[in-house]
Design a protein around this ligand. Structure first.
Ligand code: GRF
Length: 227
């Protein structure tokens, strides 16, 4: 009998469900004077956007969200911005003939809002060098896998399909190729035997809410040290 044939009966992985590993571990938050000026881009629910705002309100992250841009009118992120009193602009990608056209509009909006750092918090569009080169090393993305594994769409489904036993999320600087760029922070979580896409996505997302504000602080510190 092959050694792995009885794998599902070995061990009790429910005991591991609280396992997490964040690197670099969350320590002393840097102080920014004046506060970091952030722009955020979101396409959907907006829980990461609100997570950033919660880190600000709880005085962990020393920042202000100057502007949220959404590409889907009425999406959850836009509704959260209204509730949180954060300026929100809709730039609907369907109104632009090219990806570059949308990115020029994003650059204009964020320059007018005088942001230092931009966070793609669930932005479901491919960005171009127009945006990336306007904010070099100042454009962050959050992705629900341990990059460089499982780039692109449905990263959680890809992880389940591959039967990995550990997955997680990555906050990284954005480069022209999708889901590439220097990693700022990662969190690892276990994949449990009976995980569905929804249960694994929820476990990963609770870690996204922790590492994204922390990665913003790290990237913000790097940025402020260069000016
Ligand atoms: C997150 O899982 C993020 O990793 C991915 O899109 C999702 C956005 O979720 N890029 P939310 O809109 O922040 O709730």
């Amino acid at each position: 009998m092959p050694a792995h044939s009885n794998l599902s009966h070995c061990g009790d992985d429910s005991l591991d469900s609280d396992f997490e590993l964040i690197s670099p571990s969350i320590g002393q938050w840097p102080h920014f004077e004046p506060a970091l000026r952030l722009g955020v881009m979101a396409s959907g629910n907006g829980s990461n956007f609100e997570g950033i705002q919660k880190s600000i309100s709880s005085n962990a992250l020393d920042a202000d969200i100057q502007l949220l841009v959404v590409n889907n009118q009425g999406c959850g992120a836009e509704q959260r911005a209204h509730r949180l009193n954060i300026p929100c602009q809709v730039l609907d990608h369907r109104q632009f003939e090219t990806r570059e056209g949308l990115d020029h509009a994003l650059v204009k909006a964020f320059l007018e809002a005088d942001v230092e750092l931009i966070v793609m918090a669930g932005w479901m569009r491919i960005v171009t060098p127009v945006l990336i080169e306007a904010f070099p090393n100042r454009l962050l993305n959050i992705h629900p896998s341990l990059l460089p594994s499982f780039k692109g769409l449905d990263a959680v489904g890809q992880a389940l399909q591959a039967s990995v036993r550990i997955s997680g999320c990555t906050a990284h600087l954005v480069q022209a190729d999708v889901d590439t760029g220097p990693v700022i922070a990662q969190a690892a979580v276990p994949v449990l035997q009976d995980d569905s896409r929804a249960s694994l996505a929820a476990r990963i997302q609770s870690q996204e809410h922790r590492i994204l504000p922390w990665a913003i602080a790290i990237a913000g510190l790097n940025w402020r040290q260069t000016i």
